[in-house]
Design a protein around this ligand. Structure first.
Ligand SMILES: [Zn+2]
Length: 108
């Protein structure tokens, strides 16, 4: 198993644990009406947003693990060149090389 896969799997496990914690938080759904603006409702909404983020991340990680197993992890989706290993270490979910990522998030 390559280091990249190990890293992705560790990240996936961590994210799954986070998701479990958030789900437990969501089960304690407070009683709240619309527009009450209570702290409980706010916290609950934050947890819900976090859950969606985590689910998205889990999906990305699973896709990346599949890619790593197929031997295409670390290849830029845009230009097909290998992504800098240092970048992958810092951002394991990167699917673009630094050059393409820069172009992608270019500030007008
Ligand atoms: Zn690229």
């Amino acid at each position: 198993m390559s280091d990249a896969v190990k890293r992705l799997q560790a990240e996936l496990e961590e994210t799954l644990a986070d998701l479990k914690a958030v789900e437990a938080q969501l089960e304690e759904r407070p009683e709240f009406g619309l527009g009450t603006g209570s702290t409980g409702a706010f916290t609950w909404e934050m947890a819900l947003a976090r859950k969606e983020q985590l689910e998205e991340k889990i999906e990305t990680l699973r896709e990346l693990i599949a890619r790593a197993e197929a031997g295409t992890y670390g290849i830029c989706e845009t230009c097909g060149k290998p992504i800098d290993p240092e970048r992958l270490e810092a951002v394991p979910t990167a699917t673009q090389c630094i050059d393409c990522a820069r172009k992608h998030v270019r500030v007008a």
